[in-house]
Design a protein. Structure first.
Length: 286
C-alpha cells in the first residue's frame, strides 16, 4: 500500500501543479464580457437602444486559430459599432498577423473605429499597418471626430492619439489637451451625445473638463493582478494600487469606462483579471 508521503509526491503534488497551470491558462485566455447600461436623453429619438462593443490592448495576442474564439464572441453581441482603444500591437513581441486578423474579422461584423495607444508609437512600420487597417475598412481616428447617423440625429465619436505621439508639448495633460483641441475643431451639433476614445484612463479629469459625455479607455490592463475586494495592483503611469484600472467612473455629467484589455505586454500573466470585452448599451429614458 502506498505510503502517505509517496501519495503526496506521486499524486497530490503533480495534480496541484497541473491545476495551477490550467488555472493560469484560463486567466489569460478565457474572454469575459462586461456589460454597462447608460441611460441618456441625448441619444437621438428613434435610437432607443444603441450597442457599442469596446476592445482594447490586444497587444498582438492570438486567441485560438485565426482569432475565431474572440470574433465569435463579438459577433454574438450584435454590436452597432465596434471601437478599439489602442495597443492593438505590442512593441515587445510584435505580431502584425495576429493584430490584423482581429481587425479584419471585426470589420466584417460592424463598423470599426480605432485609435492609437502608446505601443503603436514603438513600431517603426506603424504607418504601413495603419494603411492596411484603412484598406480593411477600419476608420482610424487620429485627433479627429466622426458623426454617426443614429435615429433622427447623430452621436459623435472623438478619437485622440496617445500623449506619447505629441512631441511638442510637455507633460501628458498638455499633450492630450492639444490632441483634444485638434480633434474637436469644427464640431457641429453641440447637443449630440459625445463619446471620446482615448487610451489613457488616468487623464479622466481632462476628459471631464472637455465635457465628454462618455470616455472609453484602456491601458491599465485591469491592474494586471487583481486582489479580490481590493482592486488592481499596478498600472502604467499610475503605479501601485491605481485609482483607474477598470470599470465605470463618474465626474459630474461625464462618465469613463476602462477596459481591462485582452492581451499582456511586459508581464505575461493575469490573475483574477481575465481578458475583457466591454459592451456599452445606450438607451433613452422611457
Amino acid at each position: 500500500m502506498m505510503s502517505k508521503m509517496k501519495r503526496w509526491f506521486f499524486i497530490y503534488i503533480p495534480a496541484t501543479i497541473i491545476a495551477i497551470i490550467v488555472f493560469l491558462h484560463y486567466e489569460n485566455n478565457a474572454i469575459g464580457v462586461t456589460n454597462f447600461k447608460l441611460n441618456t436623453s441625448k441619444l437621438p429619438v428613434g435610437a432607443e437602444n444603441y450597442r457599442i462593443v469596446q476592445l482594447s490592448d490586444l497587444q498582438s495576442k492570438l486567441f485560438g486559430k485565426n482569432q475565431r474564439p474572440l470574433l465569435k464572441k463579438v459577433e454574438k453581441l450584435n454590436p452597432d459599432i465596434i471601437v478599439v482603444t489602442g495597443d492593438l500591437v505590442d512593441g515587445n513581441h510584435y505580431d502584425e498577423a495576429a493584430s490584423l486578423m482581429m481587425m479584419v474579422g471585426v470589420a466584417e461584423i460592424a463598423p470599426v473605429y480605432f485609435i492609437v495607444g502608446n505601443h503603436e508609437s514603438y513600431i517603426p512600420n506603424y504607418p504601413e499597418l495603419e494603411k492596411k487597417l484603412i484598406d480593411a475598412g477600419v476608420i482610424v481616428l487620429r485627433n479627429t471626430h466622426e458623426e454617426i447617423a443614429v435615429g433622427e440625429g447623430v452621436i459623435r465619436l472623438v478619437g485622440v492619439d496617445d500623449p506619447i505621439f505629441n512631441k511638442k508639448e510637455d507633460g501628458d495633460v498638455d499633450k492630450i489637451e492639444a490632441h483634444l483641441d485638434e480633434a474637436i475643431e469644427g464640431m457641429s451639433h453641440p447637443e449630440a451625445y459625445t463619446i471620446l476614445l482615448s487610451h489613457r484612463p488616468e487623464l479622466f479629469d481632462v476628459y471631464a473638463d472637455y465635457r465628454m459625455d462618455l470616455s472609453l479607455t484602456g491601458h491599465a490592463h485591469g491592474g494586471q493582478i487583481r486582489i479580490p475586494f481590493v482592486g488592481g495592483m499596478f498600472s502604467p503611469e499610475q503605479g501601485w494600487w491605481p485609482e483607474y484600472s477598470e470599470g465605470i467612473h463618474k465626474q459630474g455629467d461625464s462618465s469613463m469606462i476602462i477596459s481591462r484589455g485582452l492581451g499582456n505586454s511586459v508581464f505575461s500573466q493575469r490573475l483574477f483579471n481575465r481578458p475583457e470585452i466591454v459592451v456599452v448599451d445606450l438607451s433613452r429614458p422611457e
